[in-house]
Design a protein around this ligand. Structure first.
Ligand code: NI
Length: 179
């Protein structure tokens, strides 16, 4: 197992639609193990392939730490080739952040319930009906597989403000490293 480097906003792989996984082999399972380890090290609740520079449709989630009464469904799992097959017309608004845009968070509106299908790392079909925090986390991670980030769901104004803050923070960090 190994912790992998997390790609940060600006990296092209984050904006590239990921490819379907075709081989449910040891390579895939090694990737999944590394993704869990990387996610735990970064104290995240979800991670998608492109975030570790692997443009493949794989996500890992562990929402056990973010327990909320609204959530339904499994807590810790890997999902390969996930697809949102149903999304509720009802929506929720809640703050989101992303390991690829560290330090930034903003309220995002999303469908409150989803039905997601996919496979586990062995290739067995999975179907997950989720609501609450899990539904949000799943949508966030599946977005990553299409090159979409949570900031893309914001109004143009909110997005501009967040990006301005982000750039300022990056410049400050760069200055600290030089100094
Ligand atoms: Ni993210």
């Amino acid at each position: 197992m190994a912790v992998r480097e997390i790609e940060i906003l600006g990296s092209e792989v984050l904006r590239t639609p990921a490819l379907e996984v075709e081989a449910f082999d040891e390579g895939l399972r090694g990737l999944v193990r590394d993704m869990f380890e990387t996610m735990y090290r970064a104290e995240g609740v979800g991670l998608a392939g492109p975030q570790v520079g692997v443009s493949r449709r794989v996500v890992v989630l562990d929402v056990a730490a973010a327990e909320d009464e609204e959530s339904e469904g499994p807590r810790r799992f890997a999902l390969v080739n996930p697809v949102v097959v149903e999304a509720s017309s009802s929506t929720d608004r809640a703050p989101e952040g992303c390991l690829s845009i560290p330090g930034m968070s903003e309220v995002v509106m999303r469908p409150s319930e989803v039905l997601v299908t996919g496979a586990d790392p062995e290739g067995a079909p999975l179907e997950i009906r989720a609501r609450g925090f899990l539904a949000r986390a799943l949508q966030h991670e599946i977005d990553h597989l299409d090159g979409v980030l949570f900031i893309d769901h914001l109004s143009p104004l909110k997005r501009r403000m967040l990006l301005r803050k982000w750039r300022k923070r990056q410049e400050e960090e760069a200055a600290e490293v030089q100094g």
